[in-house]
Design a protein around this ligand. Structure first.
Ligand code: NDP
Length: 295
């Protein structure tokens, strides 16, 4: 019996499943089947054409855009799922949706862990992702050896949904950091300051963030904006964070504005660009670009 199966070989899933295949017998399924075949060639995994074949595995991973696709996949395989299977969802999903999926799986005698990841494409390729896991503690310990195949650090953060909740808030902090750094830097450009020098200062000062340290030097100043994490996916995470706060009647004006700005950016510049391209919206409002002086 195969030990693991992986559903969703996108930017993140493809390398994550590659790390699994180095250690475990791994089945892979992808909506676009050619990617699963390429994966099998590259990593020695076994591509399956029928989604239901993934149920041969003891651990089934998903890494899909949203919980909607995860639920659809779960419902398709549910009739043939073996009791005792552990479903590990690495999607950045919605906590409420995950609780519903977990209940459906429980009816079939299966367990669910939400295990979203952080570290981007580079972390997935290096096998150093941070994984935040929600679910039953015993199930977590059972799944830990397989999760560790692509992880740097793995945390058990609470019951089902807690992993997705932490991930949504983490990404909301990223969204706010990106937007605030963009607003700050266009202001400095207007003041005649070279944004490259401004970033050097900020990155050894108290205003620094992952965005100022990595995103702006590597993606904005270079004007490359390489698409490794789509704007639509970060807009989705921001929406989830706001809906969690709303549900708890917590006022979150900053989160609200950030989520709205990502929705606006999605309409104006499209969702299929890198999330850092949101900076272009703020640049357009200011009428300047955050580019180094003289090139
Ligand atoms: P991608 O868009 O690169 O990949 C999405 C995957 O889902 C593809 O395998 C795609 O198949 C599959 N898929 C899409 N729709 C369906 C569907 N209806 N049914 C079945 N399969 C489907 O996304 P990422 O890998 O970037 O992101 C995946 C998840 O990980 C998201 O929740 C994202 O928020 C999260 N994440 C992303 C990070 C990043 O840096 N990219 C970092 C951390 C988390 P196909 O090949 O056929 O299109």
């Amino acid at each position: 019996m195969a030990q693991v199966a992986f559903i969703g070989l996108g930017t993140m899933g493809y390398p994550m499943a590659g790390h699994l295949a180095r250690q475990f017998e791994t089945l892979v399924w992808n909506r676009t089947a050619s990617k699963a075949q390429a994966h099998a060639q590259q990593f020695g995994s076994r591509a399956v054409a029928d989604l239901k074949e993934t149920t041969q595995a003891e651990f089934i991973f998903t890494c899909l855009p949203t919980s909607v696709e995860v639920e659809s996949v779960v419902e398709q395989v549910l009739p043939v799922l073996k009791p005792g299977t552990v479903w590990i969802d690495c999607t950045s999903g919605d906590p409420n949706h995950s609780r519903r999926i977990a209940r459906r799986l429980q009816e079939a005698g299966c367990d669910f862990l939400d295990a979203p990841v952080s570290g981007g494409k580079a972390g997935a390729e290096a096998g150093t992702l941070t994984v935040m896991v929600g679910g039953n503690r015993d199930t977590f310990h059972r799944a830990l050896p397989v999760i560790q195949a692509f992880a740097g650090k793995v945390f058990h953060v609470g019951d089902v949904g807690a992993g997705h909740a932490v991930k949504a808030v983490n990404n909301m902090l990223l969204a706010i950091a990106l937007l605030s750094a963009a607003e700050g830097l266009v202001t400095l450009v207007k003041q005649g300051v070279d944004p490259a020098i401004a970033l050097e200062v900020i990155n050894v000062s108290s205003g620094r963030s992952f965005s100022t340290e990595v995103h702006f030097p590597e993606r904005v100043l270079t004007r490359e904006f390489p698409n490794t994490f789509s704007l639509a996916l970060l807009a989705k995470d921001a929406r989830i964070a706001v809906s969690m706060a709303r549900e708890a009647y917590v006022p979150v004006p900053l989160m609200q504005i950030a989520a709205e700005m990502f929705e606006m950016a999605k309409q104006q510049i499209g969702g299929d660009v890198d999330h850092t391209a949101v900076v272009k919206l703020i640049e357009a409002w200011a009428g300047v670009e955050i580019a180094p002086k003289g090139g």
